[in-house]
Design a protein around this ligand. Structure first.
Ligand code: RFL
Ligand code: PHB
Length: 391
């Protein structure tokens, strides 16, 4: 049996940011991660950090590589009817910006920082049961290298993502789930080619949504709207490039550079929130408690924001015995979560094609026209996209 102050399930952005913040307050934790270190460091996911997440990574002392290799963006493009419209994010949000830096790079930097400080991250360790949540000594059972073991802690942080085990420990009678599925998915690729534009391009097209993003001056990240049960086998590389070319084309001859595809995958889309995000001494953090469709680039940022709130509440508990922060954890996080839920739903429905619901298509187009022609509508997009300070 292992013992620590805070048991953290999951070494994604939520678990790792929490572990790093706790360590800075002198609070010990052990992270249990189901997958191998290689696996979590290679998993391609989000790419956009809000200003607040960037500031926090700097405060936490893990920003050296991000500041060297990350790309600060002050605007993005909305493209429809074959024409691009730039939204000057920084100008419209009082000087705030976003950083384009891969989630797996954030994860690598945080793992390196924790391990260099001698912290314990147990990889290939799958949590199977979380119990005794109403006692002052909650336990986590886990399986590591074929053997069963147990971790005892003062608190358990469920940072194990949407498919993790911790949310299942919430009794159904004590929580409410809000869930919405979308009739589309994203086919995402990573290509060894320089980005074709300096900024992100969100495209609405008759054939479906497309997104141009990037990871470095040599690597482009691109997405296409597809159907949820799309078979990747039906998408040879040439078809992907043809579809991207068709959707991204502009009247003035935009050129999308193509190159070798390094990685491809399909992501389904959903909106999901469980309330409250806490039960006894278990606190859910990040995707374990909520999911947004990726069109607003909010998932990783919400995980980081939750971790910050929980770290500060635990710090107050250990330093002063104060329970106020812990009691308010769920309510505090949910305010930001619901703002991001709305923004992500709004961006998603505005930019995707709704094959079976032409009414939604018309609304989306009208909304886009409004955003690119009204400064207040564009400001609404900008301040949500770079991340609101107060929610
Ligand atoms: P994670 O990253 O899923 O980490 C959870 C970790 O827990 C482990 N785990 C377990 N460990 C121990 N025991 C168990 N029983 C366990 N079960 C699971 C898992 O192996 C994993 O390592 O959740 P976290 O930390 O809450 O972070 C959330 C983010 O990963 C997620 O919200 C974002 O990736 C979403 N997202 C985006 N977010 C943004 O902020 N900006 C973006 O631009 C953005 N783009 C995206 C995205 C997600 C995407 N996909 C693939 C869903 C683009 C895509 C395509
Ligand atoms: C990405 O770069 O992976 C990315 C960017 C913006 C999004 C989603 C994903 O909205």
């Amino acid at each position: 049996m292992l013992r620590t102050q805070v048991a953290i399930l999951g070494a994604g952005p939520a678990g790792l940011v929490l572990a790093q913040l706790l360590a800075r307050s002198g609070i010990e934790s052990i992270v249990l991660e189901h997958r191998s270190r290689e696996y979590v460091e290679a998993r391609v996911r989000a790419g956009v950090l809000e200003q607040g997440s960037v500031d926090l990574l700097r405060e936490m002392g893990v920003s050296d590589r991000m500041d060297r290799e990350g790309m600060v963006h002050t605007g993005l493009e909305l493209r429809f009817d074959g024409q691009g419209h730039r939204i000057p994010l920084t100008e419209l949000s009082g000087g705030r910006s976003i950083m384009v830096y891969g989630q797996q790079e954030v994860v690598k930097d945080l793992i390196a920082a924790r391990l260099a400080a001698g912290a314990q991250i147990l990889f290939d360790a799958e949590a199977t049961v979380v119990r005794d949540l109403q006692s002052s000594r909650p336990h986590v059972r886990f399986r590591c290298n074929g053997t069963e073991d147990e971790l005892e802690a003062d608190f358990v942080a469920g940072c194990d993502g949407f498919h993790g085990v911790s949310r299942t420990a919430l009794p159904q009678s004590a929580c409410t789930v809000y869930d919405k599925e979308y009739p589309y998915a994203w086919l995402g690729i990573l290509a060894a080619v320089a980005p074709s534009n300096e900024e992100l391009i969100y495209v609405r097209h008759e054939r479906g949504f497309a997104l141009h993003s990037m990871r470095s001056p040599h690597i482009t990240r691109l997405y296409l709207q597809v159907v949820p049960d799309e078979d990747l086998a039906d998408w040879p590389d040439e078809r992907i490039w043809e579809e991207l070319q068709a959707r991204m084309a502009t009247r003035d001859g935009f050129v999308l550079e193509s190159g070798p595809i390094l990685e491809k995958g399909i992501t389904t889309m959903r909106s999901f929130v469980v309330e409250p995000m806490q039960h006894g001494r278990l606190y859910l953090v990040g995707d374990a408690a909520h999911i947004v469709p990726p069109t607003g680039a909010k998932g990783m940022n919400l995980a980081v924001a939750d971790a910050r709130v929980l770290a500060s509440a635990l710090d107050a508990w250990y330093a002063k015995g104060s329970t106020v922060g812990l009691e308010q954890y769920s309510e505090t996080c949910l305010r930001r979560v619901w703002r991001a839920e709305h923004f992500s739903w709004w961006m998603t429905t505005m930019l995707h094609r709704h094959a079976d619901e032409p009414f939604m298509d018309r609304l989306g187009l009208s909304n886009l026209r409004y955003v690119v022609s009204s400064e207040s509508a564009a400001r609404t997009l900008a301040e949500n996209y770079v991340g609101l300070v107060n929610v």
